[in-house]
Design a protein around this ligand. Structure first.
Ligand code: NAD
Length: 468
């Protein structure tokens, strides 16, 4: 299989060289695609810059119509795209299909929000309006866990507000982004959406480029820090959606048997490779043992295997580096006698790891302090909820979090004390294009989704007009 040209200025471009794409369920190359060079990057930014004048003045209704056509085409090709997504990312086909559906829904919703000017004052002496002007070229940089959805919502937000885009996927999941670019090429004017690939070498050039006005970045906190530093030179606008270490606090009045499937499902969705997955559970000692037993039962029932194989509930870890990292974490927990279920990892071939429950976890363990980003979940007992909240808030991350309990009012009170961008009560991982989403502390800067997220792709301009 040999697919995946770069998309630059409305053309499929072969690029300077090719790179292999690994199927995480075999550990072997299953496809290849074009790899961009620095001069391909220059051409992509130049094309986006040239297209900006006309795209930014295209009426909103027309931009929205074209984006909806892109969504229509993604929907038409659902099966093909979902299969491609599973091949390159590893997730089970049902999750890939849901990701394609979500991509369509996010594009349609975001392309339907027009940022109207706001009249701040209209008096006898003056009229003051606030307008939302497009910024220019947006660099959209995405990670490997939701390669299609994240590309789609960044592109929809940027293009809908009148900007043009250079999209750069992760080196290990380039194919869905290139497929999106190829769809866009047939529908959008040349240069409006450009897609380039790299091997982790072009990100710094893109974020430092003087003709890039804004960086819409999703990825790890470490890379986010570099992006922020790089943006400083020309005071670029940035939205950073970074790492998370979401905690779920399970209160003493919670029913552990009833809640366990939701906790387990949210922790191990996409094999735990979700920024807002539950990454640590703080469980009151009263319900601790029954909760561990239920989580262990669910972990033992999981069917781990290739995402395209019917019956698989959990696919492989996406790449070798992450696979090795999670295996090391599990080996440490095993040697401390803390593995309640799971822990087995494949020896050769695919990057398979069974969902793993680590009991008697505590502050100071790297599994509790750092982002594991894989199928291993620490469960920490607590006796005092104030102490649990303190431990949760001691993290440098602040993306999401949740509180679970029968007394909703009490759960809301505890939730309000958690220092994160989103806190759920009796659920986790519920998000959508109409809900503002962003991280606190080192989990990010700025918002995505809803009108508030779209405003970040614009320059607010005040027009202050004298009246005679
Ligand atoms: P990563 O930071 O390694 O890479 C993300 C992207 O940045 C990739 O496209 C990569 O090629 C690019 N990149 C690498 N070095 C760069 C540089 N110096 N300058 C610019 N770009 C550069 O992240 P990853 O391992 O692909 O993704 C996993 C991480 O993403 C996790 O930490 C996860 O929590 C986070 N994430 C956050 C959110 C969110 O919305 N907050 C969503 C999904 C994933």
């Amino acid at each position: 299989m040999n697919q995946g040209a770069l998309i630059i200025n409305g053309q499929a471009v072969a690029g300077a060289s090719r790179m292999g794409v690994i199927d995480p369920s075999t550990g072997e190359e299953f496809a290849s695609c074009s790899k961009a060079s620095a001069s391909d990057l220059e051409a992509a930014v130049a094309a986006a810059k040239a297209a900006f004048a006309s795209w930014s003045t295209t009426p909103f209704a027309e931009r929205s119509r074209l984006l909806n056509e892109v969504a229509d085409e993604i929907a038409r090709r659902q099966t093909e795209l979902a299969t491609l997504l599973t091949r390159e990312q590893g997730k089970v086909l049902a999750e890939s299909t849901a990701e394609v559906e979500a991509s369509v829904a996010f594009i349609r919703h975001l392309a339907g929000i027009e940022l109207h000017r706001e009249v701040i004052e209209d008096s006898a002496t003056r009229r003051i309006e606030q307008h939302f002007r497009p910024l220019g070229v947006v660099a959209a940089i995405v990670p490997w866990n939701f390669p299609l959805l994240m590309a789609c919502f960044k592109v929809a937000a940027a293009l809908g507000t009148g900007n043009t885009v250079v999209l750069k996927p992760s080196p290990s999941t380039p194919l869905c982004a290139l497929a999106l670019g190829a769809i866009g090429m047939r529908i959008l004017p040349p240069g409006v959406l450009n897609v380039i690939t790299d091997q982790n070498d072009l990100g710094p050039l893109l974020t430092a480029h003087p003709d890039v006005a804004k960086i819409a970045f999703t990825g790890s906190t470490g890379t986010g820090r570099k992006v922020m530093a790089s943006a400083a030179a020309s005071i670029k606008r940035i939205t950073l959606e970074l790492g998370g270490n979401d905690a779920a606090i399970v209160l003493d009045d919670a029913d552990p048997v009833a809640l366990a499937p939701a906790l387990f499902g949210t922790a191990f969705f996409n094999s735990g490779q979700v920024c807002i997955a539950i990454k640590r559970i703080y469980a009151h000692k009263k319900i601790y043992e029954p909760l561990i037993a239920e989580l262990a039962r669910l972990a033992n029932e999981a069917v781990v295997g290739p995402g395209l194989e019917p019956g698989t509930t959990h696919g492989p870890v996406q790449n070798r580096m992450q696979f090795d990292k999670v295996r090391r974490i599990i080996a440490d927990a095993r040697s401390a006698g803390q593995v309640a279920a799971g822990g087995e990892a494949a020896d050769g071939g695919g990057y398979f790891i069974r969902p793993t429950i680590v009991r008697d976890a505590r502050a100071g363990m790297s599994l509790v302090e750092d982002e594991q980003f894989g199928p291993v979940l620490p469960v920490i007992p607590f006796a005092d909820v104030g102490d649990a909240v303190r431990q949760v808030n001691a993290s440098r991350y602040g993306l999401g979090g949740s509180v679970w309990g029968a007394d909703t009012a009490r759960a809301i009170e505890v939730a309000s004390a958690i220092e994160s961008g989103t806190v759920w009560v009796n659920k986790h991982l519920d998000f959508g294009p109409d809900i503002p989403f962003g991280g606190a502390k080192e989990s990010g800067l700025g918002l995505q989704f809803s009108a508030a997220g779209l405003q970040e792709f614009t320059q607010k301009q005040v027009l202050n007009i004298a009246k005679s």
